[in-house]
Write a protein that binds this ligand. Structure first.
Ligand code: NAD
Length: 372
């Protein structure tokens, strides 16, 4: 069983799908591990660290030679897989709804694409869930970046020269990233409020010491679909939410938006008209900017200024914490593959519940029901 890891090719992608720690663990399971030269450089991992862990550090041309499994953060182009075994598995993120062509190419080439974004949200798969591990770091980084862009302090300070007021931070969308954003803003001393469409989050917001700002008395406000994900909301709800946001947002200094709906563009939460009501010098961090954006006018990796308000957002927020993000991503992959390791076969054998959920292609076909 040979596991191979390529250096990521996407621009700005500093993460890597294997760390020396997980290399050692895969080797302990009986696998051989090959890693392309320089694969860890963006995450502060040296080739020598991989070699010391027992991995083979190989030049690009041989990186996937004879591999049974290729691991990546972002799925590599099919051309880079030449030399891997026929039917090899590729475990990575595929962004399958928006990257249909890549999925088709994997099917045509006969590889088995395992999409880590499709990991089911069940208790035993929590440690395998890359969306959670990366969102958590992204929520933290969003607040740190917004604090950096903000020309004032976060905590209240009473000084001899007078008092500095605490910043008011509003978090929209309280999933994994939103919860970490609330916790981080609280730690920095801000006054924090938050909202979501899933009513279950109200208690979570309050338990972190933040104020819950919620649409009340509108039908169908549960907002929760399968797997704990949000559903698209009714027009009536969206109108009520827009009114609530308008009255709240004008008093905020920092807004962090994190709202996503699987398979759909990110919901629009803040309009240009609403931005115009905010105080000059306020900052909005749009964590959903790469999925179409929650904020009108936001643009990936660019600081946009509108009505005196700075709007920022990264196309790859977790990638800005590449060392931690790689460590967690690599552990997610190890937890996934090792959980199914069949000692006799000397390789992982996936079960139906998780295998069928994550497998996009097999036997030359696209097989995932979400892509049907
Ligand atoms: P997500 O990244 O899909 O979305 C971010 C948040 O935006 C969600 O809370 C969503 O409800 C919210 N949102 C969507 N539309 C909105 C709108 N119009 N206005 C305001 N908010 C809106 O969410 P996530 O971080 O993946 O988490 C979703 C849920 O799944 C959470 O309850 C989380 O705890 C749970 N979860 C479970 C597991 C597991 O059991 N293995 C793993 C990860 C997450």
């Amino acid at each position: 069983m040979r596991i191979a890891v390529l250096k990521e090719r996407a621009p700005g992608e500093n993460r890597v799908a294997l760390t020396p720690e997980t290399a050692k663990k895969f080797i302990a399971l009986g696998a051989t591990v090959a890693v392309e030269e320089g694969a860890g450089s963006g995450a502060a991992i040296l080739d020598a660290d991989y070699a010391q862990a027992g991995a083979e550090v190989v030049p690009a041309a041989n990186a996937v030679k004879d591999a049974d499994i290729v691991m990546g953060v972002q799925a590599p182009d099919v051309a880079l897989l030449q030399g891997a075994k026929p039917g090899a598995w590729v475990a990575a993120t595929f962004d399958p709804f928006r990257n249909r062509e890549l999925v088709e190419a994997y099917a045509a080439a006969g590889y088995e694409a395992l999409s880590m974004e499709f990991m089911p949200r069940i208790t035993r798969a929590q440690s395998m869930d890359v969306l959670s591990s990366q969102s958590n770091l992204a929520g933290y980084k969003a607040v740190i970046t917004a604090a950096n862009e903000y020309g004032r302090a976060f905590p209240m300070m009473m000084t001899a020269a007078g008092t500095v007021q605490a910043a008011k931070v509003f978090v929209m969308g309280v999933g994994v990233a939103g919860l970490q954003a609330i916790a981080t803003a609280k730690r920095l001393g801000a006054q924090v409020s938050a909202t979501d469409v899933r009513s279950a989050t109200k208690e979570q917001i309050q338990s972190l010491g933040a104020k819950a700002v919620f649409v009340e008395d509108v039908e169908g406000i549960e907002g929760e679909g399968s797997g704990g994900y949000a559903t698209e909301m009714s027009e009536e709800y969206q109108k009520a939410q827009a009114e609530l946001v308008s009255s709240h947002i004008s008093k905020q200094d920092i807004v962090i938006t994190t709202a996503l709906i699987p398979g759909k563009p990110a919901p629009r939460l803040i309009s240009d008209t609403q931005i115009a009501t905010m105080k000059p010098g306020s900052v909005i961090f749009d964590l959903a900017v790469a999925q179409g954006g929650n904020v009108e006018g936001s643009s990936p990796d660019e600081a946009v200024e509108k009505h005196g308000v700075k709007i920022v957002g990264y196309s790859n927020t977790a990638g800005h914490l590449a060392a931690d993000a790689s460590a967690l991503f690599a552990r997610n992959l190890y937890n996934f593959l090792s959980a199914f390791w069949d000692e006799e076969a000397g390789k992982p054998v996936l079960d139906e519940e998780i295998g069928d959920a994550v497998r996009l292609t097999q036997g030359g076909k696209v097989v995932n029901e979400k892509l049907a």
